[in-house]
Design a protein around this ligand. Sequence first.
Ligand code: FES
Length: 264
Amino acid sequence: MSSRVENGALALEPRGFGWTRRRDAWWAAPLGVFVVLGSFIVYATWAAFQNAHYTYGPYLSPFYSPELFGDSPHAWFGPRPAAWPAWLPFSPALLILPFPGLFRVTCYYYRGAYYKAFAMTPPSCAVGGLPFLYRGEKALLLFQNLHRYTLYGAFVLLVFLWWEGLNAFFRDGRFGIGVGTVVMVINAALLSAYAFGCHSCRHLIGGRHDCLTCTKPRYRLWTGSTWLNERHMAFAWISLVWVAFTDFYIYLVSSGAIRDPNTW
Ligand code: FES
């Protein structure tokens, strides 16, 4: 039900799914989130399970980075462990993706976006929602609090992404550059911008201090994190699309569908 004032009295009126007095295109944002995030989840699942075409020369898909166990020369600890159960599907990506996945799923920005787009209770402010009992943050609060810890995992993954990005300048020991190199370095930069603009990261740098400006390096770091934080939504989406694009580019060159222009 929704309320409106009639002759000075508060009157109740029925309010079903999608009901609103808003005149703007309120549906555009949740629809966009549904399509982009939904497509990403489908693509990432396919890419993670295919366990093929994730590397080409010095390039390694970010979905598989770091490759702990696997068949490519990028694997840190060699091929799949012999003790891996035969009935359990294996892919190096399945060992890695839960960490960035948890980081994204518990992100303060994404929560609001996917609650509206997927749960639709309500799909936007002042719009009628699906008739489910909304418990959102309350029901998931403990789980969502994991976010501050997943941030540390994201930092570790960033180290590997930068490492792989810089390694992509060297093929068989020779320095050079290819389109894949540029794609991988941009990917590492965008994911860094997303992680360093995280609310938890900003708090990690500037929280719990009575005088923030007293320590100049910390203050500068906090100012940088704040700048990124103000653009967190933009970096959340750009980095999401770019990480999928990076994987797809490496898939295309690895499978022979396209040629990677490079200087080698
Ligand atoms: Fe979005 Fe932490 S709030 S990554």
